[in-house]
Design a protein around this ligand. Structure first.
Ligand code: SF4
Length: 289
């Protein structure tokens, strides 16, 4: 199977079969994002998607999870997604979950019935990049949506019975807005009540607009300890039950994972211990900037 360009997937889809149903991201304007810069957004032909699925069927004996890429594959029309999900059910009857990246822009174009239908056909989890709950930060990074759009979209997915994983980027407010970023992100997450919250830490690649802003002194990255203080502020304010919290991506300074209903105090203690310890400063030497 030939993937077109670089392919990205959430950390929890590391063992999934990745199938590109779109190429690139239909927004592609976020100042911190390098993922699809080289790609012009388009929807792949359904025959090409089916060919990839057929080829994978021949190659792999058992596929439990499939992730539909690229950037926001839920941008596909419902009929097309329905056809793909039905084909997956037909040739991978053992597949337990299909995942997809999504955005408020494309969720708003789906009716509640569309989402319920996709859920019934096996769409088991959607990944939403909140990045920040602060409207100022969202505007600064050119996310193209507001926190209200994020809340509406997230709730719609949860109500349709599709599991929702929401990603927040530590450090995205920089030194100036770190507290607002933490407080507002907690507010939005508390409203959405997702099943999973994933925390990544901002890593800035040279091809991004944010890289130029840093060079020009317009944006200040947080240091490791500041990131942990921001995480502590966010976590303290989270009030979501039945939600798994993870900050165990390669970009994170400190591995945190637990159920918010049971493990919140332990996670906060882990942060406090790290703040007191030496190793946070050592980890900082691995940062790129
Ligand atoms: S962060 Fe998401 S929406 Fe923004 S450009 Fe990257 S893939 Fe597209």
């Amino acid at each position: 199977m030939n993937y077109e360009g670089s392919v990205f997937r959430p950390p929890s889809e590391a063992r999934s079969l990745i199938i590109q149903v779109t190429i690139g991201c239909s927004h592609n304007k976020c100042t911190f994002c390098y993922m699809y810069k080289e790609k012009q957004f388009r929807v792949r032909k359904i025959e090409d998607v089916k060919n990839d699925l057929d080829e994978s069927r021949v190659r792999y004996r058992e596929i439990k999870r499939i992730f539909l890429a690229d950037g926001d594959a839920l941008a596909l029309k419902t009929d097309k997604l329905k056809e793909i999900l039905e084909y997956i059910k037909l040739i991978f009857p053992e597949c337990e979950r299909v995942g997809i990246y999504t955005s408020p822009q494309n969720i708003s174009k789906k009716s509640e019935d569309d989402l319920v239908l996709l859920s019934s056909l096996g769409l088991g989890i959607a990944y939403l990049g909140l990045e920040s709950g602060s409207d100022t930060v969202l505007e600064n990074v050119k996310k193209g949506v507001t926190s209200a759009d994020m809340i509406e979209a997230g709730k719609k997915v949860v109500e349709a019975g599709i599991k929702l994983s929401v990603m927040v980027i530590s450090g995205l407010g920089g030194r100036e807005l770190w507290k607002e970023h933490a407080i507002e992100s907690a507010r939005v997450l508390n409203e959405i009540k997702p099943n999973y919250i994933g925390l990544l830490t901002l890593l800035v690649e040279p091809e991004t607009e944010m890289f130029k802003q840093i060079r020009a002194g317009e944006f200040q990255l947080l240091k490791a300890k500041e990131v942990l203080l921001e995480t502590k502020e966010l976590l303290t304010r989270l009030n979501v039950n039945a939600c798994t919290f993870r900050s165990n991506h390669a970009s994170n300074y400190l591995n945190l994972a637990g159920e918010l209903s049971e493990d919140k105090e332990r996670l906060l203690k882990q942060i406090d211990d790290a703040l007191l310890g030496e190793h946070v400063l050592n980890i900082e030497t691995y940062r790129r900037l």
